[in-house]
Design a protein around this ligand. Structure first.
Ligand SMILES: [Zn+2]
Length: 846
């Protein structure tokens, strides 16, 4: 390591001295020499290199070691086992006394507790950086912020240490950050190259923005699909910070952005107006002053979405704090040319440092006000709920305990109070059974999160959305639910109850049966197939006399005959038992193939399930998000490996080694004519392509399928629109992300495992396909009035009504399954995941 540092120093001959660094970032300030500066510890000036995450954490460890005013907490580990750390800084008395401070602070969020005396309570300030790994100025600024706060002899630093507990997350996405750090460092030139086309400024696929599974973690605060945010939210609810800074980067030609965001249209409907109108402007004054001091330009109020609760700057707004998004024009590398001249990495770091310090200054000066606001927030939540007509929501799926548990866990993770439902009720045509459903009363401190989970919003102040305009989590989970004007409830659920899955004793059976309705049934199936067990599926429903009584099984049920197996009965029993335990899916046994009702087990409607051999084409030109969602789904929900193959390697692919090809959205124009011919040949001989959104358009353009785009000009554009309105006018035609009611054919193999003919789907594109020319092959169409939540223009709504959500194009002996809406969106659409599992396991049955 020492040798490495020496080499760096000797090559980096243009490095400036330690004093120069202080002059650049902290002109005129004096520092405590007992605290090592970043330069002295790391061996280079901040901004000269991109700091590797392990070096950053090591520096924070050093600070915690040398200063009684700092403590480093590890709150979890990423997928690649990097520690997720929070550096806590405050005066040493506070550091000694953190647990008492925490307990006193969280009294503020519980309106039932006496209001504590806020005058002596420190502000809880969370500075969170680089959730997008390739927006590195934040992470570097975190190093300087920590150093300044601990070592500066200035009055302001002292005031903050005395009156705040500052919690620094140097990187919410360390795996992605290191991907970009290595990229920028490995391409650094001597002298550095500012040309935007230089390789340093243009990462390869996948970019450092995303985490291990290629997800955008700045959308995950609500879904909690990833360990980084699961840990962060757990930590969040132990502290409820008053202020959270969320530091980003934007295009190189931009200056700097801080809140307020655009009034109303980019703001969340459940957040009190006081947050936007009073508190935001109070804080903005501090940021403007800090950047004016160094003559840095900035902008506010114009755009930047602040509405979706899954953003790091919005979630705190729904938890009684103030979430603040900061955006710095990126140097994306060490120096890059822009319209205003060359932007250096140092310059971007300095701006983030200035607003970091200003956030702490504002947080401390507005400390008592923010404490009172925190209490007021949760108090008004309860009183708003009180005046709402909806008094509770009841939810629960009769047939899918796994999905119920996943949703229950989400609610509990967000600290929403959930109770047992004590009676069998029927609401809006849905049945909710005691023991299989739960009640969420609206009158609770987390009322605003309850709304975010259940409410369907279709009216908006604006028509331009940067991202989703709907995020009703109950719809994403496909959980039956209904609003009630009353509350009847049993015991509170404080933790996910243990799941007890009974399993038949070892015996002489004709077959084992597994209802495919359970979310994790594909996980069980994969384990069986991997163990070499022959599994069949029924295309029709039947009622079987099982050893535990008569049971009705829907289409898609797994049938595991004890005959035709290579394993003996007891080995089969053992593997099934283990698969049932690992997946949590119940297994039934029967001693007869004769059905009480419906088809018998030897029917021609029961057929073998092929073992999927799946390849997914990825790489430059394809959507890293969609590819990542599929990879994550198959890894974490099925445990099944799929081959992720770069398009540039397709020349080495023999498709006959696989039976399923997944094409995420993207441009596959890099494939040659002979490679496309190979795909067509394989498809004709029985292959299955699963294609998402834009990939379907590409297949269409190559005449691999011959479906029809929906061309419908229902509302004609006016002949003249002013140039200044161009962005808004065109923006209103986009579908940023909204939820629609689909009509599902549950007799189609893609509909196996579903009991209801209605399914909510998520759409964030304006790709419209007509229903399949084959009348049997549009398993998901749209309902007559399809909009369930979110914004859509009248003209697009008309197109949706006449188009298909999922359709199949038969091609020779093969088929292409088109998902025009994304069934795996953000790792949170548990309700539509099964359509995708069905495509993988039952694709060849279509
Ligand atoms: Zn960002």
């Amino acid at each position: 390591m020492k040798k490495y540092l020496l080499t760096l120093l000797s090559v980096a001959c243009f490095c400036i001295s330690s004093q120069a660094q202080i002059d650049y970032y902290f002109p005129g300030e004096e520092f405590d020499s007992a605290i090592p500066s970043p330069q002295s510890y790391l061996g280079y000036e901040i901004g000269e290199w991109h700091t590797r995450y392990d070096r950053l954490v090591a520096y924070f460890e050093k600070l915690a070691e040398v200063s009684p005013m700092a403590e480093l907490k590890t709150i979890g580990y990423t997928n690649q086992l990097r520690p997720l750390v929070v550096l806590v800084i405050s005066k040493s008395d506070n550091i000694q006394n953190l647990e008492n401070i925490r307990q006193n602070h969280i009294k503020l969020v519980d309106p039932n507790q006496n209001m504590p005396d806020v005058s002596g309570m420190p502000a809880i300030i969370n500075l969170a950086y680089s959730v997008h790994g390739n927006e590195p100025s934040g992470g570097e600024a975190s190093i300087l912020t920590a150093y300044w706060l601990l070592a500066s002899k200035s009055e302001l630093a002292g005031e903050i240490r005395n009156n705040a507990v500052v919690m620094i997350d140097p990187a919410i996405n360390p795996d992605g950050r290191d991907r970009h750090t290595n990229w920028a460092n490995m391409h650094k030139g001597f002298p550095p190259v500012a040309d935007p086309l230089d390789r340093e400024h243009n990462e390869i696929w996948p970019s450092g923005r995303v985490n291990h599974y290629w997800f955008d973690l700045n959308r995950d605060w609500l879904p909690l699909a990833h360990v980084e945010l699961q840990k962060k939210i757990e930590w969040y609810h132990s502290w409820y910070p008053n202020v959270v800074g969320d530091f980003h980067e934007m295009g190189t030609n931009s200056t700097y952005f801080f809140e307020p965001t655009k009034a109303f249209s980019s703001e969340n409907p459940v957040v009190p107006r006081k947050n936007y109108e009073e508190i935001n402007s109070k804080f903005a004054g501090y940021f403007a002053k800090a950047l004016d001091e160094i003559g840095s330009l900035y902008w506010t109020k114009e755009v930047f979405d602040n509405s979706y609760p899954g953003y790091g700057s919005t979630y705190p707004d729904i938890q009684g704090g103030l979430g603040l998004v900061f955006e710095q024009g990126s140097s994306r590398g060490h120096i890059q040319a822009s319209q205003r001249g060359d932007i250096t990495f140092e310059f971007t770091i300095k701006n983030q440092l200035k607003t970091s310090i200003a956030t702490m200054e504002a947080g401390v000066r507005e400390r008592e006000y923010m404490h009172r606001y925190l209490r007021e927030f949760f108090q008004t939540a309860v009183s708003e709920a009180n005046s709402s007509r909806t008094k509770s929501y009841v939810f629960g799926d009769l047939y899918d305990e796994s999905r119920n548990r996943l949703f229950l866990k989400l609610l509990l993770d967000h600290k929403i109070k959930v109770y047992e439902n004590t009676r069998d009720i029927s609401l809006e045509g849905q049945q909710f059974q005691k023991g299989k459903s739960w009640v969420v009363p609206t009158e609770q401190p987390q009322y605003r999160m309850v709304r975010s989970m259940f409410e369907k919003v279709t009216e908006f102040a604006d028509s331009v959305f940067y991202d989703a305009s709907s995020w009703t989590m109950a719809l994403a989970y496909g959980i039956p639910y209904a609003a009630q004007g009353t509350v009847t409830m049993g015991e509170q659920i404080t933790a996910l109850p243990d799941r007890v899955v009974e399993f038949p004793q070892d015996g002489k059976y004709v077959a084992y049966l597994v209802d495919w309705s359970d979310y994790f049934a594909p996980k069980l199936l994969h384990q069986l197939q991997e163990a070499g067990i022959h599994v069949e599926t029924s295309a029709k429903e039947f009622t079987s006399n099982t050893i535990t009584g008569e049971k009705e099984f829907p289409a898609g049920t797994l049938v595991i005959p004890t005959a035709f197996q290579k394993l003996d009965d007891s080995k089969l029993h053992e593997i099934l038992k283990s698969a049932s335990e690992k997946s949590g899916v119940p297994v039934f046994a029967t001693t007869t193939g004769f059905a009480v009702k419906g088809i018998d087990l030897g029917s021609n409607n029961v057929s073998a399930i092929q073992v999927p051999k799946v390849i997914m084409l990825i790489g430059q030109g394809t959507s890293q998000y969609e590819a990542g969602e599929i990879w994550h789904l198959m890894d974490t929900k099925v445990g099944m490996p799929i081959s992720k193959v770069d398009i540039s390697l397709f020349g080495r692919v023999n498709l006959y080694d696989y039976n399923t090809l997944i094409l995420p959205s993207g441009n596959f124009s890099a494939l040659s004519i002979s490679q496309i011919a190979h795909i067509k040949d394989w498809l004709n001989r029985g292959g299955t392509i699963i294609s998402l959104r834009m990939a379907s358009q590409w297949l269409q353009s190559q005449e691999i399928v011959k479906e029809e785009d929906l061309q419908l000009e229902t509302v004609k554009d006016p002949d003249f629109v002013s140039f200044g309105n161009r962005r808004d006018f065109e923006g209103a035609k986009a579908i940023g992300g909204s939820i629609y009611k689909g009509k599902l054919d549950i007799t189609h193999p893609l509909g196996f495992g579903y009991r209801s003919g209605e399914i909510p789907v998520y759409r964030n594109s304006t790709i419209f396909f007509k229903p399949s020319k084959d009348k049997y092959q549009t398993p998901v169409r749209y309902a007559e009035n399809p909009l369930m939540g979110g914004y859509i223009s009248p003209s697009n709504l008309e197109k949706i009504k006449q188009s298909a959500s999922v359709l199949v194009s038969p091609v020779g002996n093969g088929r292409v399954i088109h998902f025009i809406d994304n069934p795996n969106f953000r790792g949170t659409w548990f309700g539509t995941n099964k359509l995708f599992f069905n495509a993988i396991f039952f694709g060849n049955k279509i």
